[in-house]
Design a protein around this ligand. Structure first.
Ligand code: IPD
Ligand code: CA
Ligand code: CA
Length: 252
């Protein structure tokens, strides 16, 4: 996909980030979604609407799958699809005012073409895709080492780890340890930087689509925790890791 489109999206994401930085100093309006730890704020809605307005003004025929405002389901991934998580890590946004990200993924017929993860408070936008490479702002990144499952840190979902879902504690115990941030986007950034070698969680398509485009550029492999291809539908137990670590853990 064209670098020109990537530059357009970058400008939108930086602008959205400016909006968040302004709003985060003000009183947030927070509502509860499915449970008391599943929150949404007025800023989540504002950023999603801002990004969708930009996309629809230029690409009115494209499809959009986004977390809020009942835009969260699509019949399939055919054609060009934009996946949007306006604030990934809303709990961090509300309680920490940092450690959250704005995320966009662009897919064509189910194939990742562009990914954007903006760590807003650190003002670091990780972006790229096939034929472009992976960048942090304007700096091109080099792929991290293809380490094995024992030779690095794993990022995990706290609840899944505590409950030892699918025996994932074994992966942690056999490795250099586990880490938890509370934002899927920032967990993907950790892998891009080589700080962690893999990530296990329970994610929606907008949580993993942007990051998958980027880590795949660096040779990482991802799937459902059952080893099947990602569904881009509903929530799914998910694993992504360096090819070496993925193959060791998933036995492929
Ligand atoms: C959540 C975060 C969190 C992950 C959850 C996601 P949200 O996204 O990425 O780290 O464990 O599964 O739903 O709701 O803050 O956009
Ligand atoms: Ca979100
Ligand atoms: Ca999210």
């Amino acid at each position: 996909m064209s670098n020109a489109l990537a530059q357009t999206i970058k400008a939108w994401v930086y602008e959205a980030g400016e909006l968040v930085l302004k709003r985060k100093e003000s009183q947030l309006q927070i509502s509860i979604k499915s449970s008391r730890s599943d929150l949404v704020s007025n800023v989540d809605y504002e950023i999603q609407r801002f990004l969708i307005a930009k996309i629809e003004s230029k690409f009115s025929k494209d499809k959009i799958l986004a977390e809020e405002d009942k835009r969260n389901s699509l019949a399939d991934m055919s054609g060009r699809v934009w996946l949007i998580d306006p604030i990934d890590g809303t709990i961090n946004f509300v309680f920490q005012r940092e450690n959250f990200a704005i995320m966009i993924g662009v897919y064509e017929d189910g194939v990742g073409k562009l990914g954007f993860i903006y760590d807003v408070t650190r003002q670091k936008l990780y972006w790229g895709g096939p034929g472009i490479g992976v960048f942090c702002n304007e700096k091109k990144l080099r792929p991290p080492k293809n380490l094995g499952a024992k030779d690095g840190l794993w990022a995990v979902n706290a609840g899944m780890y505590a409950q030892n879902i699918e025996n994932i504690q074994i992966i942690g115990e056999n490795s250099m340890g586990v880490r938890m941030i509370g934002s899927a986007g920032l967990e993907f950034i950790s892998m891009l930087k080589g700080n962690t070698i893999g990530y296990i969680s329970n994610l929606y398509p907008w949580d993993y689509a942007p990051g998958m485009v980027l880590v795949q550029e660096f040779g990482f492999k991802g799937s459902g925790l059952d080893g099947l291809a990602l569904k881009f539908k509903d929530r799914q137990k998910f694993i992504v890791a360096t090819a070496c670590a993925y193959n060791e853990v998933m036995g492929s």
